[in-house]
Design a protein around this ligand. Structure first.
Ligand code: ADP
Ligand code: ADP
Length: 229
């Protein structure tokens, strides 16, 4: 399960400006497709359409052959996991933040997910702002640490489809390598859509789609695209 398909998708937020102009691609279940392109190309819009935050004007967005318009919000939320650019944490412990999305998980499961995402030592701590409110010393999490929380949450939730939206963009290269290793682990055998600015960050994708101005400008493996450019 987890096949994702966009069929000739046209989309605009407002009628005067087309954002996606006939985008078609398929991510076979378990494979990884990267969507690469400059800022404003429409990359994040693709993930919003998959979650059905918006509906397409024409064409189809399908999960396992089923139009997302025929899927409940609840099943979409459980089928798709997202590691966003900026993770906003809830005002509760790191453990709670990891468990969010799978409240039935045991302490052990939460701990294991945290360890895989390399945020293990922090799980009982409270993020800074909230801790002050309850009179405790808070934990100031860096951007990279918040991303690890999001990754741990995704490891625990184990959704069939994963969206990684510039998941390593704001990190220094050492942290990026560590996070990348954790992400490779979560995306293994899982349908994955990676959204990125740079070709160099998506070497291992099964297919790379270069999106420019709402259209697919090029597609192929990393090696194909290097050859063409
Ligand atoms: P990318 O992820 O490639 O940077 P986006 O999909 O976020 O691009 O955005 C594509 C275009 O759509 C941009 O020009 C952006 O300004 C516009 N856009 C994004 N979200 C909205 C919105 N909610 N309402 C109107 N325009 C939007
Ligand atoms: P990012 O992809 O950087 O997280 P967004 O995808 O939310 O940011 O937005 C991308 C671009 O779309 C930004 O330039 C933003 O100003 C613009 N944008 C976002 N939401 C809207 C909106 N509701 N109306 C108009 N422009 C928007």
């Amino acid at each position: 399960a987890g096949n994702v398909e966009f069929r000739d998708v046209h989309f605009s937020y407002d009628p005067n400006r087309k954002i996606l102009k006939g985008v078609s691609f398929e991510v076979p279940a378990g494979k990884t497709v990267a969507i690469v392109g400059p800022s404003g190309a429409g990359k994040s819009t693709i993930s919003r359409l998959l979650f059905r935050f918006y509906d397409v004007q024409s064409g189809e967005v399908l999960i396992d052959g089923q139009d997302v318009r025929d899927v409940t919000q609840e099943s979409l939320r459980s089928a798709i996991g997202m590691v966003p650019q900026d993770t906003v944490l809830f005002n509760d412990t790191v453990a709670y933040n990891i468990r969010y999305g799978r409240m039935d998980a045991s302490q052990d499961e939460v701990r294991r997910a945290a360890e895989l995402a390399q945020i293990g030592p922090f799980i009982e701590r409270l993020p800074e702002g909230y801790a002050t409110m309850v009179g405790e010393r808070g934990l100031k999490l860096s951007g990279g640490e918040k991303q690890r929380v999001a990754i741990a949450r995704t490891i625990l939730k184990a959704p069939p489809i994963l969206i990684l939206d510039e998941a390593t963009s704001a990190l220094d290269s050492h942290t990026e390598q560590e996070i990348q290793a954790a992400l490779d682990l979560v995306s293994k055998d899982r349908t994955t859509i990676v959204i990125a600015h740079r070709l160099s960050t998506v070497i291992s994708a099964d297919e790379i789609i270069v999106l420019k101005d709402g259209q697919i400008a090029e597609r192929g493996t990393h090696a194909d695209l290097l050859r063409q450019n």
